[in-house]
Design a protein around this ligand. Structure first.
Ligand SMILES: [Zn+2]
Length: 406
């Protein structure tokens, strides 16, 4: 499996998709592997004396590697050296190898019913789909991780049995992979107890994987679970990210030693404060109710309460309902409230205003809300509207009263 080859461009063609275009190249000799069996294609460069062209992907068509490039070399006849990005390929090979170990460990931990249903492998990540009929528990995930990591530390060498008659392969204990076709002779890839038919690119030994960490387990279809995992350098990076995140959280809590207890205490305090605020708010609403009722104007026999108050939205609603409970007939209440620099209109009417005067809070509020550059709606007896222009709040309150035509 070479990673550099002297070569020439045999054929090329332009492919245009939507607004972008790229070129597909076929080389006479190539070390590039095309995407296969869920393992992403190689990337790398095509180098001549005069220029370097990036190969961004490799596909496989009719047993041929198709190299994807953004632009053609200026001289397509030149002598080239095709060089695979070996870091990426190695990372990809390590991730692919990890899927073999995962397959083995999942069978050990969950049972022989586990069967690979697909996989996707790139240099950064790996995905493994398999048959299993319930959620894999956290405990089972740990067991699988420990088993795979143990196999990684044992640095089990790759045993690549090529051109093995299929019967012999089955005797070796090879497990057929999803979506692959097999001829009379097959390739069997073995890492210690893990034996599979496979045509992919593998690490020379399991130690190359470095480490595995499963990052998610989910359902993709009935009876099919998906595991996503990171390996090697990606695990290292994840550890640093976790460490940095933890440090930042600790700093927020003044580097407290027992972080869990401290955060628990903060949450408790927060809950207590919230309850206190709710209590104070309820008291404020009660006081406002008494004051507003005593100050209500009488317009042709209807008590009109129109006011602007600094209230949270739920408190404004609470106040409106309390006012109606205290004055269940012949009352119109319009509250303009300000909360966190946002205006809110709340309109409450007693049922007789709706039935006898044809009042409709939902309709009226839509018109009045224009003055606070907002919108809203509701029922005939109760409606609310939010907006952007706090300066229009007073005028909007007056507008509701005007539109009520009492
Ligand atoms: Zn493989």
């Amino acid at each position: 499996d070479y990673t550099e080859y002297e070569c020439h461009i045999l054929r090329y063609r332009k492919v245009t998709q939507k607004k972008s275009s790229y070129y597909e190249l076929v080389l006479d000799y190539t070390p590039f592997y095309g995407e296969m069996g869920g393992q992403v294609g190689d990337t790398g460069v095509l180098v001549s004396e005069d220029e370097t062209i990036n190969i961004t992907d490799t596909k496989r068509e009719n047993n041929q590697s198709i190299h994807i490039v953004k632009a053609l070399p200026k001289n397509v006849e030149a002598d080239f050296m095709a060089c695979v990005d070996t870091d990426k390929r190695d990372a990809s090979a390590a991730n692919h190898t990890a899927t073999h170990l995962l397959d083995y460990a999942l069978k050990q931990v969950l049972g022989e019913h586990v069967e690979q249903k697909g996989s996707y492998v790139s240099p950064d990540t790996l995905r493994f789909d398999f048959s299993h009929f319930q959620k894999v528990t956290d405990e089972e995930i740990r067991k699988v991780e420990r088993m795979v990591n143990d196999m990684i530390r044992q640095d089990i060498p790759l045993q690549d049995h090529r051109d093995v008659p299929i019967e012999e392969a089955k005797k070796l204990g090879a497990i057929a992979l999803f979506g692959e076709k097999y001829g009379d002779k097959v390739r069997v890839v073995q890492f210690g107890p893990s034996v599979e038919f496979c045509g992919g690119i593998h690490a020379k030994s399991t130690g190359r994987i470095g480490m595995i960490k499963i990052i998610s387990e989910s359902s993709v279809a009935a009876g099919i679970r998906r595991i996503e995992a990171k390996t090697g350098a990606e695990c290292e990076q994840m550890m640093y990210d976790l460490e940095d995140g933890m440090k930042a959280i600790k700093a927020l809590f003044h580097n407290a030693k027992d972080l869990q207890t401290v955060i628990g205490k903060y949450i408790e305090e927060h809950e207590a404060m919230k309850k206190n605020i709710e209590k104070f708010q309820a008291e404020a609403v009660e006081r406002a109710k008494e004051r507003l009722l005593s100050q209500a104007r009488d317009v042709n026999g209807v008590k009109v309460i129109a006011t602007v108050l600094p209230l949270a939205p739920d408190a404004a609603k609470d106040l409106a309902f309390k006012l109606r409970a205290a004055q269940p007939e012949n009352m119109l209440c319009v509250i303009g409230s300000k909360h966190e620099d946002k205006p809110l209109l709340t309109v409450m009417a007693t049922d007789d205003l709706v039935s006898d005067h044809g009042f409709n809070a939902g309709k009226v509020i839509r018109e009045a809300a224009k003055l606070i550059q907002g919108g809203g709606g509701g029922q005939p007896h109760f409606a609310t509207a939010g907006g952007k222009n706090i300066d229009g709040l007073s005028a909007a309150v007056d507008k509701v009263v005007e539109l009520a035509q009492l």
